[in-house]
Design a protein around this ligand. Structure first.
Ligand code: FAD
Length: 306
């Protein structure tokens, strides 16, 4: 029979959303609705954050299992090494792999103030990547079990505990060599900062995609809290404009416009996609996406000769 000619497949830039686990049954119900709304945009992953020490592991698994069982989405589970022993981490990795999770973001975790490392604690993300690869060999039956995709964090601005950006680059090289497949960046507020990371990484031989992370910049309080956590200050004039906005709708318009402009500039500069920190609210994230029109940056797939 004559083969039907199909339209060439085009690759849209990567798209992922970050969610944090529910804190109560009530917030879990709202989160389920957020997941439904986000699923409509067919993201590559929804990521599920976790706390250092895994005190909320039950809630992390609740959201992860919901995504696996009730949606067509792939979860990317954040796994933090700090505050857990190697054995505890191996147990969590096995639990994730046995449930069918094949995406893990390997992180050290935010270090609680005054934290002192225990002997059997994994102090950095790199050895955690090695532990995940080891567990993968034990737990998933070769390729038939599905390869685990490992993401890591990358820093357009220097990591607050790093002496220099070149130290950050060396750490990222080590994470790729240990088996990371891609990186998601910490927030940044100007395209040149992301481009700097891209250039330093390529010059050091890093080949994995560095997906830029964006917070829809609509809420000045949230941007300030994020600055405390990440050490990355939002632009003063953006904060000023958000604070002076005459209404919620106006504030959201300003924040979405800022985020869309920033994302446009980094996608134009060659970013492989975008990761949106949603704070469990789909409206602003979806607004950003609507205004971006990701198809503009779609690349033809291999084999598409037209
Ligand atoms: P690492 O890559 O291990 O680096 C940590 C520090 O140690 C850096 O200063 C690095 O330069 C230094 N370092 C690394 N290796 C060495 C070495 N061999 N010798 C000396 N110094 C070294 N935190 C959470 O708690 N939960 C989350 O869910 C979470 N999600 C995140 C998602 C994204 C996209 C990002 C960007 C960050 C996230 N974080 C989260 C924050 C992250 O845990 C912190 O930024 C943390 O401080 C560093 O984590 P890392 O995996 O980059 O650590």
């Amino acid at each position: 029979p004559e083969l039907e000619r199909t339209a060439p497949v085009r690759h849209r830039p990567a798209l992922s959303y970050e969610l944090f686990p529910a804190r109560s049954d009530h917030s879990f119900e709202r989160l389920r609705e957020t997941v439904v709304q986000l699923e409509a945009t067919a993201p590559d992953y929804v990521s599920v954050t976790s706390r250092a020490g895994h005190g909320n592991l039950g809630r992390v698994l609740e959201l992860t299992e919901h995504v696996l069982a009730e949606t067509n989405l792939r979860p990317l589970v954040h796994l933090t090494s700090i505050g857990s022993t190697r054995d505890q981490l191996a147990t969590i990795i096995h639990a994730l792999l046995d449930r069918g999770v094949r995406g893990i973001l390997a992180l050290r975790g935010d270090q609680p103030a005054g934290h002192r490392l225990e002997d059997d604690e994994i102090p950095f993300a790199r050895p955690l990547i090695e532990l995940i690869r080891e567990s993968e060999r034990e737990r998933t039956a070769g390729l038939a079990g599905g390869r685990v995709s490992i993401g890591v964090a990358a820093y357009p601005h220097r990591h607050p505990e790093s002496p220099t950006t070149s130290h950050d680059t060396e750490v990222l090289v080590a994470k790729e060599r240990a088996g990371a497949d891609f990186a998601i960046t910490q927030v940044f507020f100007d395209a040149a900062t992301y481009c700097g990371l891209l250039e330093r990484s390529r010059a050091a031989g890093i080949r994995m995609p560095l997906v830029p992370g964006f917070v829809p910049a609509t809420n000045p309080r949230r941007l300030e809290r994020l600055a405390v956590l990440s050490g990355v200050e939002p632009p003063r004039d953006l904060l000023h404009q958000l604070e002076l906005a005459a209404s919620d709708a106006e504030r959201r318009r300003i924040g979405v416009r800022f985020t869309v402009d920033l994302a446009t500039r980094v996608l134009d500069a060659g970013a492989p996609g975008l990761h949106l920190f949603t704070f469990n609210q789909h409206t602003d994230a979806l607004d950003v996406l609507d205004h971006l029109d990701l198809d503009r940056w779609s690349a033809p797939s291999l084999g598409d000769t037209r």
